[in-house]
Design a protein around this ligand. Structure first.
Ligand code: PLP
Length: 438
């Protein structure tokens, strides 16, 4: 583990204050929404200095905005990163983070147990950009090692895999990556910085879909990528980061900006060119979300633990894949990497495949059937017919699910109400089985 600074505020304090001082002109205590496209330059010289990246100042809100900047700094602070860049969505953050460091012919070793949209994105980028990607069982450390090639530039996985609940051995995978001169990037959406900070275990880049727990109320799409600032991009394997960039008048980002080299390139080139900027209003909502992140995550974990333990006791339910359960194969990894709890998104199986899954979801009232997670409201989905619909049966198995898998995102309601609703659903599935055999 990296050493912590000697004196610092606690996580809950930083979730409320990091990256912000009261606005100097008005004294506004809340973070103002700077709903502006652009900023008046003091004079032509300072304008030129901003565009040359010789001085850091606001130019245009596709690249930087003061409201968005507070959000970026706050997430970076909570994740113990050097800095961060916000994007219009989680997938935009991932695409830009990859775009910044990879060129055609580069190879990625990736966990196969990813958010369905991330698998689709990686496969699409593979075809379009000529990348090589090997998807592997993330639990098999020998496979991470054996999959390395001379052109492997990145190892990629999720802190808590979706929807199998695989807890990634972050420290071990980081060690494998760095011994090979490759970077290690982690999607930590399901853990949030409250439950786990992958940079403390050696990750170089951490991404979040802010759409989920960070916002917490299912109102806004957004994403963020933060970087530790410690990876040696000048190790000879990343000329695209280290060498003078033709996309920025010959600037050598790593040499010029050191710890901030990758982040500056992510912003000044990738965000500039891909253009998927976070809106100031969404940043404002995500900041409201972050203020209560510690409180909400503690309650999410409490509710999820109760629901998972209850489900495990029911007949007609198998494979409750909550890493916080004593029965989980990921129990030891969860203890190490997720000491405050294993989040609130997990899946279980209903024997009876698609028909049982459908009947169960139809019978629920309080749980909302929709394609999102990490909301104050409890959510349910049948991955095989929705989020993982683009995947073949083999890919479903590789992602650790089946046709009867149900995924829950346990919200903040009173847990007895949540359990009562699930009980109604299970009874309905039993009825269906009884009718079928009658
Ligand atoms: C939702 C999600 C994403 C994608 O984020 P968007 O904000 O929907 O683009 C990526 N990874 C995980 C784990 C997610 O849950």
């Amino acid at each position: 583990m990296r050493e912590r600074p000697a004196k610092e505020f606690g996580f809950d304090t930083r979730a409320i204050h990091a990256g912000q001082r009261p606005e100097p002109y008005t004294g506004a205590r809340a973070v103002p929404i700077f709903q502006t496209t652009s900023y008046v330059f003091e004079d032509p010289d300072s304008a030129a200095a901003y565009f040359n990246l010789q001085e850091y100042g606001n130019t245009y809100s596709r690249i930087m905005n003061p409201t968005v900047a507070v959000f970026e700094e706050r997430v970076a602070n909570l994740e113990r990163a050097a800095g961060g860049v916000a994007f219009a969505s989680g997938l935009a953050a991932q695409a830009a983070a990859l775009f910044t460091m990879l060129v055609p012919g580069d190879h990625i070793v990736s966990s196969a147990a990813l958010y369905g949209g991330s698998i689709t994105q990686l496969k699409h980028l593979q075809r379009k950009l000529g990348l090589e990607i090997t998807f592997i069982d993330p639990d098999d450390l020998d496979l991470w090692r054996a999959s390395l090639r001379p052109n492997t530039k990145l190892l990629y996985g999720e802190t808590i895999g979706n929807p199998g609940g695989n807890v990634l051995d972050l420290e071990a995978v980081a060690t494998i990556a760095h011994a090979h001169g490759a970077a290690f990037m982690v999607d930590s959406t399901f853990a949030t910085p409250f439950l786990c900070r992958p940079i403390e275990w050696g990750a170089d880049i951490v991404t979040h879909s802010a759409t989920k727990f960070i916002g917490g109320h299912g109102t806004s799409i957004g994403g963020v990528a933060v970087e530790a600032g410690t990876f040696n991009w000048s190790n000879g394997r990343f000329p695209v980061v280290a060498d003078p960039s033709p996309a920025y008048h010959g600037l050598a980002f790593h040499e010029t900006f050191g710890v901030y080299g990758y982040l500056m390139k992510l912003r000044a080139e990738s965000l500039r060119d891909l253009g998927a900027a976070m809106s100031p209003f969404n940043a404002f909502l995500f900041l409201l979300g972050l203020e209560t992140l510690p409180l909400r995550m503690a309650r999410h974990v409490e509710n999820a633990s109760e629901v998972a333990a209850w489900l495990e006791r029911q007949d007609g339910v198998t494979n409750v894949r909550y890493p916080g359960l004593a029965s989980s194969p990921y129990r030891a990894l969860a203890r190490k990497y997720l000491p405050h709890g294993a989040g609130s998104i997990f899946s279980f199986d209903l024997p009876g495949g698609r028909a049982a899954g459908r009947r169960f979801i139809e019978s629920l009232d309080l749980w909302s059937h929709l394609a999102n997670v990490g909301d104050a409201k409890s959510l349910v989905i049948h991955p095989a017919s929705t989020t993982h619909r683009q995947l073949s049966d083999e890919e479903l198995t590789a992602a650790g699910i089946s046709a009867g898998t149900i995924r829950l995102s346990v919200g903040l309601e009173s847990s007895p109400d949540l359990i009562e609703d699930l009980e109604t659903g299970l009874r309905s599935v039993q009825q269906m089985r009884a009718e079928a055999t009658a």
